[in-house]
Design a protein around this ligand. Structure first.
Ligand code: RP5
Length: 165
């Protein structure tokens, strides 16, 4: 039997996957039950609302939503659910992701979206933030998060630079 999915990772297009896979990889690495799917605010609005309406009832604890351009997916999900929504701006070709960042971060008062950095770092950090929230009530997950941090610290300490002339 599958564990109850705790984190939903959704994105506006399959073209967002190369960015959003960084969130999924973190969740896989830290053993968080999750799901990932395309869910477009503009191309499939009814599906987006159905997803938001059913998310809490299915046991989800947060939704990570990535989109590019006129990136309405995170904000419209947040409008339809009280679950935490973590927004990831995906970089498009025309405006480099600043358009997506502004679309996601400038929410009206009352409907929050936690907005992360543009691109892969934002996707990974959204997943790490979701893990940190879940770890408040999951000691085993907290241990895995701490081990992840320790490994990252050791990797940084082991970094070297090219020989200097
Ligand atoms: C947005 O439009 C998606 O999130 C994607 O970033 C962007 C382009 O989508 P495609 O035309 O590549 O499907 O809705």
């Amino acid at each position: 039997m599958n564990a109850t999915v705790q984190i939903g990772v959704v994105m506006g297009s399959s073209s967002d996957w190369d960015t959003m896979r960084h969130a999924v990889e973190i969740l896989q690495q830290l053993g968080v039950p999750h799901e990932a799917r395309v869910l477009s605010a503009h191309r499939m609005p009814d599906d987006m609302f159905a997803y938001a309406d059913s998310a809490a009832g299915r046991g989800l604890q947060a939704i990570i939503a990535g989109a590019g351009g006129a990136a309405h997916l995170p904000g419209m999900l947040a409008a339809k659910t009280t679950l935490p929504v973590l927004g990831v701006p995906v970089a498009g070709k025309a405006l480099g992701g600043v358009d997506s960042l502004h679309s996601i971060v400038q929410m009206p008062k009352g409907i929050p979206v936690a907005t992360f950095a543009i691109g892969a770092a934002g996707a990974a950090n959204a997943a790490l933030f979701a893990v940190a929230m879940l770890a408040l009530h999951d000691a085993a997950l907290l241990q895995r998060l701490q081990a992840f941090r320790s490994a990252q610290t050791e990797a940084a300490r082991a970094m070297t630079l090219p020989p200097q002339p």
